[in-house]
Design a protein around this ligand. Structure first.
Ligand SMILES: C[S@@+](CC[C@H](N)C(=O)[O-])C[C@H]1O[C@@H](n2cnc3c(N)ncnc32)[C@H](O)[C@@H]1O
Length: 349
């Protein structure tokens, strides 16, 4: 297998499977679009890959991990390495990574969702540490304890099970309560937000977090205020549909408003912003971090953080593993939920 690499001006060693650590050439996996094609050389192309398999039929039905093969190839877990999953969900990525590292006792899985933690419990019997909290609190706690990892994965957003369980209120395809809390211990649900926020605040949320045009955001906010109280996802989705008078859309017209409310309820962007600067301190030298985002608001934050890091030159703690994001539309075509995903990755010097 050949790698296309750029000569490196700083001392970075990035471990590859089956290579002698001490004999590694010093190289930078800089031009990642290029290097990833290099990584895939000699294999089937991602487009020809069969649908991803998972380790149990049950978890396959629950969640097909997004960009699984690509994250494995890019982050390249090897036997004995430690693994931190800051958004473990139902453990699809985690199980696949730990199958490679065979190191359960140095692994930690984080999720703010008690349903997810419950499903991860069998892994704690193998020695895996589970943290039921948001990833910023978890990262701070682990840093304080002096923990460092060879691999850190952040797979942002909601999981398939969260979307599929109507009682969680994330989706308008099945009617359920307007909840949308990833962590059910938190006070403010989508119902609270929708029924108490001012028209101006709702407009801001729908425009900013849903990236809807301001005119439509204002119309939806006005309709919500007039129709209060709203209790179910179906009521809200129907209301948004009646507010829309534009051209036919491929996606449901409520999609972006639901995304906006979910981001606001879970304070998602602030948490991502707070997490990013903590990542270098969670990594061992040579440790790799991968971040999968699902919409441009998240991806913009990740892109900016990595760019700022990479531009620090000698001061940089992280170096790029991906120059351009690797998109699920290209690298995970068989997984419909991967369509809007973008993976960026870096390695610690
Ligand atoms: C896309 S899913 C991850 C799926 C997982 N990679 C798998 O293969 O099963 C995202 C998960 O991250 C969790 N999550 C999202 N934001 C979080 C945060 N700020 N702190 C902790 N967990 C978070 C969600 O509850 C959800 O379970």
């Amino acid at each position: 297998m050949s790698y296309i690499v750029a000569p490196c001006t700083y001392s970075v060693t990035y471990k590859k499977t089956n290579t002698d650590k001490n004999k590694q050439p010093c190289y930078r996996l800089g031009d990642l679009d290029v290097s990833v094609h290099g990584i895939l050389e000699g294999h089937m192309s991602i487009k020809e890959h069969p649908p991803q398999s998972s380790d149990s039929q049950e978890s396959l039905a629950l969640h097909v991990p997004v960009l699984l093969e690509t994250t494995l190839q890019l982050l390249d877990p090897i036997k004995g390495e430690s693994y931190l999953d800051l958004t473990a969900g139902y453990g699809g990525h985690a199980r696949a990574f730990m199958e490679r590292t065979e190191n359960y006792t140095d692994a930690a899985l984080v999720d703010r969702d008690d349903y997810a933690i419950e499903r991860l419990k069998p892994l704690s019997d193998l020695g895996v540490r589970l943290l039921h909290t948001d990833f910023v609190s978890a990262a701070k706690q682990l840093i304080q304890e002096g923990k460092r990892y060879n691999i850190v994965l952040v797979d942002l957003g909601v999981s398939s099970p969260q979307l599929d369980q109507s009682e969680r209120g994330f989706s308008f395809t099945n009617s359920g309560p307007l909840d949308m809390r990833m962590d059910r211990r938190q006070g403010v649900s989508a119902e609270t937000l929708v029924n108490t926020a001012s028209e101006g605040e709702l407009t801001r949320i729908i425009h900013q977090y849903g990236e809807e045009p301001i005119g439509f955001a204002k119309n939806v906010a006005k309709a919500i205020v007039a129709a209060r109280p709203l209790r179910t996802t179906e009521e809200l989705a129907t209301l948004i549909k009646t507010t829309y008078h534009g051209k036919w859309k491929k996606t449901h017209v409520a999609t972006r408003t639901f995304q906006a409310l979910r981001i606001a309820v879970n304070d998602e962007l602030r948490l991502v912003e707070d997490l990013l600067p903590l990542l270098p301190d969670l990594l061992e030298p040579g440790g790799r971090v991968g971040i999968i985002s699902f919409h441009s608001l998240e991806d913009r934050l990740v892109k900016r953080f990595f760019k700022e890091q990479f531009e620090l030159g000698l001061e940089a703690e992280l170096l790029p593993l991906t120059k351009k994001p690797m998109s699920g539309a290209t690298y995970d075509v068989h997984n419909p939920r991967a369509r809007s995903s973008q993976l960026r990755a870096a390695v610690k010097k």
